[in-house]
Design a protein around this ligand. Structure first.
Ligand code: HEM
Length: 590
């Protein structure tokens, strides 16, 4: 019985089939009872055997199941690894294609037209050659500086190419005026052949856009503003901004520009007086402050003080993006959080916030900002897009209107310090034209000598080192087939220093050359070329004439013995070590 109970218990606890157990446990005779117990025992043993074998079967089944699972996992891992391998191979092939084969095909197309260039190496193209040439030029400059130490401009050569673009010099000698080179996978066509340059000037097609090289690097500075945009987006912005710089508008800004120059004149006068009638001044920061003030008032009207704060930030931003971000240019990975990128993003955010604050505060003023705002409110775009439009264009104008003008003014004053005969001519002219009255738009027009001096400054020291374009479609210019995507760079100083175009004294400062001849239309490019030419050139000329006429009528300038000639290419070509002048006051001319 105990067995029965224990069997029943076993059956329950092991979930045996109850049909294998006797149905009743009522008392019966002993024999029968034993018989039944034996049968039950046998059936129990059989059940247990049966159960055991089923259990082993299940165990084997589970084992097989595990094996199958393991096989499936192994298969999945193999497939994944193969896919990774295929993916990695595909990526390698893809990268090799875009980084090497595609640019090689483009270079081959040029070679077939007889246009060669320095052989590129994988994956950086000619960047190493360029770095090497720059390092050599830097070393040569340093030793020249040591040799001419304290010479006050002795031995200045007005040709910044060996210092600023040494690799172009080398390649031009080897391959002629039109050649190719590459930076990473970006192919460049260097063009200084006048017929091709003329065709680029005359091309008004939207298929010839602004070069996209360095677009990723400069994104925080220019965004999608007028300087870097292309196609319909550019056209739209140009139509809004250009009228704000038409001649009649510029005439109305003359007083404002003259007002902006007063703090600089006062500061310099005080310094001369304080130092017993003669003083040395590094002029760059004061000139930048003038240029910032002018563009700030023009852009932001009454909010110009806050505008100046924006300036300081934009200048920092400019420094942060002045070195090419090669990784971003080659791969498009603009959002890699490098220290430099993070700094640029932070500054971009601050500038954006300041500009949008000014927008909220802006009243009824008629200025560039109100024109941009009006356009943004008329276009049917979302708030974020309208804000980007405003911010990117304010930043672009700030940069375009400030940096080049300040740098040109510094070079111009350096040249006048070096050429007292031209200084005297300009001073006499200003005196004769103004006759003690404040400058106005009419007197500015009459200052022919000053205009020539500025034109000659822009010929010898063009702030923009290249005019850059990109073929947005296949193009034919000057008989050259230019495949889509190629960046076209015109080295402005090479055009300006071509003796065939400008005469044997091409490296001399001789403003007279602009007196009777019109500037060589397609070879004089300080303000760029064709449809994308600088829209602020009238404004810049007025601003420069006002500043220089006011300085020259008050001070006699001489290049200081501390001056070291140091042109360097940042975003513009600027004097790396600044311009040092020795100032005395002008004695009465009457
Ligand atoms: C001496 C001073 C200046 C120089 C040397 C200069 C030079 C240049 C150059 C070389 C370009 C490129 C043109 C091209 O790619 O063909 C340019 C474009 C431009 N500049 Fe100037 N610039 C000066 C002053 C100004 C000023 C004062 C403003 C405005 C306030 C201004 C606004 C612009 C704008 C908006 C563009 C872009 C035009 C476009 O892409 O449609 N610039 N400038």
């Amino acid at each position: 019985m105990q067995l029965l109970f224990s069997g029943a218990f076993l059956c329950q606890s092991w979930h045996l089939d109850s049909s294998t157990l006797p149905e009743s446990t009522a008392p019966i005779n002993t024999y029968h009872h034993l018989q039944e117990a034996r049968i039950t025992w046998h059936s129990l043993i059989a059940s247990l055997h049966h159960w055991g074998s089923r259990e082993r079967e299940r165990e084997r089944e589970r084992e097989r199941e595990r094996e199958r699972e393991m096989e499936q996992v192994a298969m999945a891992v193999k497939v994944l690894l193969s896919l990774c391998c295929v993916g990695a191979c595909g990526l390698v092939v893809y990268l090799y294609n875009i980084l090497w084969l595609v640019p090689q095909r483009v270079l081959a197309e040029f070679r077939m037209q007889g246009i060669g260039g320095p052989p590129p190496s994988f994956p950086y193209g000619n960047i190493a050659d360029m770095r090497e040439a720059i390092a050599a030029a830097k070393a040569a400059r340093a030793s020249a500086r040591r040799a001419a130490a304290g010479g006050g401009g002795v031995g200045i050569v007005h040709d910044y190419r060996p210092a600023v673009l040494p690799y172009y010099e080398k390649w031009r000698k080897e391959h002629g005026p039109i050649f190719t080179y590459s930076m990473g996978n970006v192919v460049f066509l260097h063009v200084s052949r006048p017929d091709v340059v003329r065709d680029i000037n005359l091309c008004v097609s939207l298929d010839l856009g602004k070069s996209s090289y360095l677009k990723a690097t400069h994104e925080p500075l220019f965004g999608g503003g007028i300087l870097k945009s292309n196609g319909e987006a550019w056209l739209h912005q140009r139509k809004i901004i250009a009228p704000e710089f038409f001649l009649d508008k510029v005439k109305g800004m003359v007083d404002l520009m003259a007002d902006s120059a007063q703090p600089l004149l006062k500061l310099w006068e005080e310094r001369v007086d304080r130092n017993g009638g003669i003083t040395d001044i590094k002029i760059d920061d004061d000139i930048r402050a003038y240029s910032a003030d002018v563009i700030s008032r023009t852009c932001f009207g009454s909010s110009y003080i806050k505008g100046k704060e924006i300036f300081m930030k934009i200048r920092e931003l400019q420094q942060a993006v002045s070195k090419p971000n090669v990784l971003a240019e080659m791969t498009g990975l603009r959002f890699f959080p490098s220290t430099r990128n993070k700094q640029a993003w932070e500054l971009h955010k601050e500038v954006r916030k300041l500009i949008l604050e000014i927008v909220k505060e802006s009243g009824e003023d008629r200025n560039l900002l109100s024109a941009i705002l009006h356009s943004a409110s008329c276009s049917r775009v979302g708030i974020a897009e309208a804000e980007n439009f405003i911010v990117d264009n304010c930043k672009s104008i700030y940069f375009a209107g400030y940096e080049s003008t300040a740098v040109t003014a510094a070079w111009c004053l350096m040249l006048l310090g070096l050429h007292p005969e031209w200084q005297d001519r300009v001073r006499a002219e200003v005196h004769e034209v103004c006759r003690g009255r404040p400058v106005d738009s009419q007197s500015l027009q009459k200052m022919k000598n000053l205009t020539m001096v500025i034109q000659e400054t822009l010929r010898l020291y063009p702030a923009g080192a290249f005019v850059s374009r990109q073929a947005l479609q296949n193009l034919r210019l000057g008989g050259v087939h230019i495949p889509k995507g190629v960046n076209i760079y015109i080295p402005v100083s090479t055009m300006h220093l071509d003796p065939k175009l400008w005469g044997a004294d091409v490296k001399e400062f001789n403003p007279e050359r602009f007196s009777d001849v019109k500037p060589q239309l397609h070879s004089y490019l300080p303000f760029g070329a064709g449809a994308r030419t600088c829209l602020g050139q009238g404004f810049a000329m007025a601003e420069l004439k006002i500043l220089i006429s006011l300085i020259i009528s008050k001070f006699v300038l001489k290049l200081s013995p501390h001056y070291e000639h140091s042109p360097i290419l940042k975003l513009t070509v600027e004097p790396e070590l600044g311009v040092d002048l020795t100032l005395t006051k002008v004695q009465c001319l009457c």
